[in-house]
Write a protein that binds this ligand. Structure first.
Ligand SMILES: C[S@@+](CC[C@H](N)C(=O)[O-])C[C@H]1O[C@@H](n2cnc3c(N)ncnc32)[C@H](O)[C@@H]1O
Length: 255
């Protein structure tokens, strides 16, 4: 296990009385790693936007499909999964290594409880490798430096950003974060991204309630805004970011 947290970043402490996104997410996914405060705000959001549990499960199903595609058709053997979440079924390394046992995965999260559970994630196949970094998404230099001891950046890598870009406000320049994380990755690398979007007033209202009662804040954006974060990397054959955005479904954009 590697701890690459930076002294300069806000460091969340394990405070059971304040809801945290990893634990509320775990509650919506039907897991058991949450405290009463997480369940309380999770229930309030569910009352306002009942589809939230369906969306959380759809996001995990997307992870499974995306990694299945990356490990299979795309032949990817290295993954940088930022905003890992608490261990649940079908984590990135399990899906990847079920197809290619030699796959190497670096998980990154800044939640202290995820760190506590990280050992459960580190059950790599003998042929592959898993590492876990306790780091903030915004510490891109630290993440890349630490990840380089597990990942070979001369070979393609899949950057996984599932349910995490909405955790940073515009003032933290999410487009710069994505650009910096992709920067050392060679041609043939992939970006898998999913996030909440602001196309439903009910969802946006529920998020506002969550933000007022949680340690983290979430910032749903329009599909066009999210795709604009990595527009420059979209191959011309896939069309423009705007046309990809218009394919976003419901309250999630996934690409
Ligand atoms: C909604 S969960 C998504 C988990 C998983 N990627 C999935 O799709 O099921 C968001 C995760 O991002 C983590 N997270 C939030 N802000 C972060 C930050 N600034 N740096 C690193 N991780 C962060 C949370 O602790 C949580 O585990």
């Amino acid at each position: 296990m590697t701890d690459s947290s930076s002294a300069g970043s806000p460091k969340p402490q394990l405070d059971e009385s304040v809801p945290h996104s990893a634990r509320v997410w775990n509650y919506w996914l039907g897991g058991k790693d949450f405290y009463p405060s997480d369940r309380a705000v999770g229930d309030q959001v569910m009352a306002m936007f009942p589809d939230i549990t369906r969306l959380a499960r759809a996001d995990r199903a997307f992870l499974g499909r995306a990694v299945g595609f990356l490990a299979g058709e795309a032949g990817i053997r290295q993954y940088l999964d930022v905003g890992t979440g608490l261990p649940t079924a079908n984590n990135t390394h399990q899906v990847a290594q079920s197809i290619a046992p030699e796959s190497r995965v670096v998980y990154v999260d800044n939640d202290p409880l995820v760190l506590v559970h990280a050992r459960a994630l580190l059950t790599s196949t003998p042929e592959g490798k898993c590492d876990y970094l306790d780091a903030d998404l915004r510490d891109t230099g630290k993440i890349l430096e630490a990840a380089a001891s597990t990942l070979d950046f001369s070979q393609p890598v899949a950057l996984m950003l599932l349910g995490i870009m909405g955790q940073v406000p515009d003032s933290d320049h999410p487009e710069e974060i994505i650009r910096q994380l992709l920067e050392p990755m060679p041609s043939g690398s992939y970006l898998a991204l999913s996030d909440g979007v602001n196309t439903s007033e009910t969802f946006t209202e529920a998020v506002r309630h969550y933000n007022e009662n949680s340690a983290n804040t979430y910032h749903p954006r329009s599909p066009e805004q999210i795709i604009g974060f990595f527009d420059e990397f979209i191959p011309a054959s896939l069309g423009t970011g705007r046309s990809l955005g218009s394919r976003a479904m419901g309250n999630r954009v996934a690409t």
